[in-house]
Design a protein around this ligand. Structure first.
Ligand SMILES: NC(=O)c1ccc[n+]([C@@H]2O[C@H](COP(=O)([O-])OP(=O)(O)OC[C@H]3O[C@@H](n4cnc5c(N)ncnc54)[C@H](OP(=O)(O)O)[C@@H]3O)[C@@H](O)[C@H]2O)c1
Length: 238
């Protein structure tokens, strides 16, 4: 395991259930964090709990190219390099085809696929200059196996996996590593607005999901964890 002390890490979606726990673990390990979220109040609370100064936070809608560009400017005004990019932002629209609107389909693609593309466009060049870096996304198991009612969500997450695997091929001659975390149901606010009968008490808890990301961030550059699958106990098969 590599130390996280003084590693420069951008954590996108630091206000979420998984992101906020990840922020606390990474800051506890001595990383230099830059945190983003959509909700400014939540972001201030997470930043304060991690001793991250306000200058190293940024509120944005990650699907907006101008905002992501501004994030890049602000990030590099605070930290000289980017060792790890963790993208823990995303939305879950789980609806059958009868109920699914075109707007919600496009929202899924915007936040779960276009936004990670924008992050790549903004931060990959610096990693390429440094010839190293680590990018972690969370496609979740619905980016690997289908589920009824998940057409929009799975389209966005399968797309994310395809995009990252293709970019990985482009980066073969560099030390830039790409990790896809296929996480099963995790009990976070993600589920608050999903109209589906689920047993949240049987899901992975957000602290454990965050520990998986924290573990991935510490993998030495001599090896690549291309993917990790972490499922709730009663969903072991994949
Ligand atoms: N929970 C699960 O069961 C599960 C399973 C597999 C994969 N995942 C994936 O894991 C990631 C994190 O999920 P979570 O469970 O932590 O969900 P969450 O608690 O709902 O957090 C979602 C995060 O995404 C941010 N976000 C959403 N839309 C945004 C936008 N347009 N611009 C900027 N930020 C935006 C939210 O910001 P604000 O809070 O500030 O609005 C929040 O930080 C997502 O990609 C999700 O698809 C989750």
């Amino acid at each position: 395991m590599e130390t996280l002390k003084d590693k420069n890490i951008l954590l996108v979606g630091a206000t979420g259930g998984i992101g906020s726990n990840t922020a606390r673990l990474l800051s506890g390990s001595g990383a230099n964090l830059f945190l983003t979220g959509r909700n400014s109040e939540k972001l201030s609370v997470v930043a304060a709990s991690c001793n991250v100064p306000a200058e190293r936070t940024f509120v944005l809608d990650i699907s907006q190219p101008a905002s992501v560009n501004e994030l890049k400017e602000k990030y590099f005004s605070q930290l000289p390099t980017i060792d790890v990019l963790v993208n823990a932002a995303g939305i879950g629209i789980i609806q059958s085809m009868d109920a699914l609107s075109g707007t919600d389909f496009l929202r899924s693609l915007n936040y779960n696929l276009y936004a990670p593309f924008l992050l790549l466009k903004s931060f990959l060049p610096a990693m390429k200059d440094a010839k190293k870096g680590l990018i972690i996304n969370i496609p979740g198991v619905l980016g690997k196996v289908p589920m009824a009612g998940a057409a929009a969500y799975s389209a966005s997450k399968y797309g994310l996996v395809g995009m990252m695997q293709s970019v990985r091929e482009e980066l073969k001659r560099t030390d830039i590593r790409i990790t896809n975390l296929f996480l099963g149901g995790t009990d976070s606010p993600f589920w608050d607005n999903i109209d589906l009968k689920v047993q949240r008490e049987k899901m992975i808890n957000t602290e454990e999901a965050a520990k998986a990301i924290w573990f991935l961030c510490q993998q030495p550059a001599s090896g690549v964890v291309s993917e990790m699958v972490l499922q709730p106990f009663n969903h072991q098969a994949i």
